[in-house]
Ligand binder design. Structure first.
Ligand code: MG
Length: 493
């Protein structure tokens, strides 16, 4: 941003100016892959790897920064994973390549990725990432230098993805445009292009030992991470994709009778605004069903750099869904969250609790914008409620986190759950104490020592109650006796 842009922002959006300034001043880069001490893991000392890092900057735009921050050789591995899949996607997307040429290239891409010297020069001149394929031999060289375990994961995912992409590309080529009929086809397409990325990344995290070994087997939630991101992009890129004749929205949603659309592109025509918005809200509702899985996934991570790498795109996605919801501008142009909001999300996406808060905040915003006229109104309320429920179950609101690190949490005394928690803590303490005493006694018996009776726990003082009761009864009898005598003598006199 230039000085003029900063000044304009200060005058028009002072709060955003402050956020961006905070980000610029305090958000440090954690790792410099070019420094000498990082060469062993970043590969910056090799010309081919330096070119691969350049390709990452050129092709990934938003992901490059977060990938470079990941610790150790995992950053280089993810970079190579990204470039291989970007190469595959470039061939899939290029409509200038005839289907009969495209099919064999796609279906053998995992083999080509380890064939030294292979390049591809026939992408259309407008294809933005064509240079990556022109110099793909450098990617191949670096993939072959990866740890064999990492390489086999990358190639396995590439093989699964290439076949799925080839099936859909063939369908698009024969139909003249990409059309997806059923919601299950939409889920399958998103699984091929993004869910598999989630699966591959989980397996790479486990292989690196930075995350638990069983993370790589968590296929359902890994898939959901990918689906949430992919579906968000598909919703947001509606207009751009329509203009390119790529219709990823499933007909099962936009083609419902009550919406009255014959073609997906009819939604941006004048007069279709309201019906278009109902379709938009159903698409967003469909994406929201992956949100609690994504939150579950993030809770499993333990490495800070891996957490940031996964959490930042996910919080951007939920903020984007909120931006798109009930926003007619989405049908006319490409809309994006503002720079200051993106900076704020990056700064806040540091732990599962804050990420859950971001989700809750955006789901509340979506819920507040929903209108009862929308046929999806009730289901949207339920979907937002599920996120609320997840947050309350995992991070209950009556537990207040301390503002300073190291201090214990405090509890909201107004909330009934606080007294339940305290009572259960007391019970736990008593049980632990009794168990400890029983263990000690067992030990003493085993050693032949004389068993010392356990010190008695202070209980209810029944003897004291009995004594006071007796004194009270005697006093009562005396008073009654005096009253009886006074009454008797006063009567007789
Ligand atoms: Mg594609």
């Amino acid at each position: 941003m230039g000085a003029a842009a900063w000044l304009t922002l200060l005058l028009t959006h002072p709060i955003e100016f402050r956020t961006l300034l905070q980000f610029w001043l305090f958000h440090e880069q954690k790792r410099d892959i070019t420094s000498m001490k990082e060469h062993a893991t970043s590969g910056w000392d090799r010309q081919t790897m330096r070119r691969c890092w350049e390709f990452l900057d050129m092709t990934s735009r938003s992901f490059a920064a977060v990938i470079k921050e990941v610790e150790g050789d995992l950053a280089r591995t993810i970079c190579m994973f990204y470039l291989v899949l970007r190469g595959l996607d470039t061939i899939e997307d290029d409509m200038t390549i005839p289907d009969d040429v495209k099919q064999p290239i796609l279906r053998s891409f995992h083999k080509l990725t380890v064939t030294p010297g292979w390049t591809y020069n026939d992408c259309g001149p407008k294809e933005k990432d064509r240079q990556l394929l022109v110099e793909y031999d450098k990617v191949i060289e670096e993939v072959n230098l990866l740890d064999p375990e990492y390489r086999s994961i990358i190639l396995d995912i590439t093989e699964k993805m290439e076949n799925g992409m080839a099936d859909f590309a063939h369908r698009a080529a024969t139909a003249g445009a990409t059309y997806i009929d059923k919601i299950e086809d939409y889920d399958l397409y998103c699984h091929y292009v993004a869910g598999l990325v989630g699966e591959g990344l989980s397996r790479l995290f486990s292989a690196s030992k930075k995350e638990v070994s069983w993370l790589g087997t968590q296929l359902e939630i890994s898939n959901s991470m990918g689906l949430l991101l992919q579906k968000t992009n598909i919703i947001r890129d509606y207009r751009e994709d329509c203009d390119d004749k790529r219709y990823f929205w499933p007909k099962e949603i936009w083609g419902r009778k009550e919406y009255g659309f014959q073609e997906m592109k009819d939604m941006y025509a004048p007069g279709a605004e309201q019906r278009g918005q109902w379709v938009q809200s159903e698409m967003i509702l469909d994406a929201l069903r992956h949100s609690t899985d994504a939150l579950d996934y993030l809770r499993l991570l333990k490495n800070q750099s891996v957490f940031a790498f996964c959490a930042i795109p996910v919080t951007m996605a939920i903020a984007t869904l909120d931006l798109c919801f009930m926003n007619p501008a989405m049908f006319q142009r490409n809309i994006k969250i503002r720079k200051a909001e993106a900076a704020s999300l990056i700064m806040r996406s540091t732990n599962p609790r804050d990420v859950a808060d971001i989700f809750r905040q955006h789901c509340r915003s979506i819920h507040a914008k929903a209108v009862p006229e929308d046929p999806n109104f009730l289901r949207i309320s339920v979907a937002c409620g599920k996120v609320e429920q997840w947050c309350e179950q995992n991070f209950p609101s009556f537990v207040r986190m301390p503002s300073t690190a190291g201090n214990p949490p405090t509890f909201d005394s107004e909330d009934a759950r606080t007294s339940i928690l305290k009572k259960s803590q007391e019970i736990d303490q008593t049980i632990t104490h009794r168990k400890r005493m029983a263990q000690l006694q067992e030990k003493q018996v085993a050693h032949g020592d004389q068993v010392k009776p356990a010190p008695e726990q202070p209980g209810i003082p029944w003897e004291l109650f009995a004594l006071f009761g007796a004194i009270f009864a005697i006093l009562l009898l005396c008073i009654l006796g005096v009253v009886w005598i006074v009454v008797k003598f006063s009567d007789s006199s």
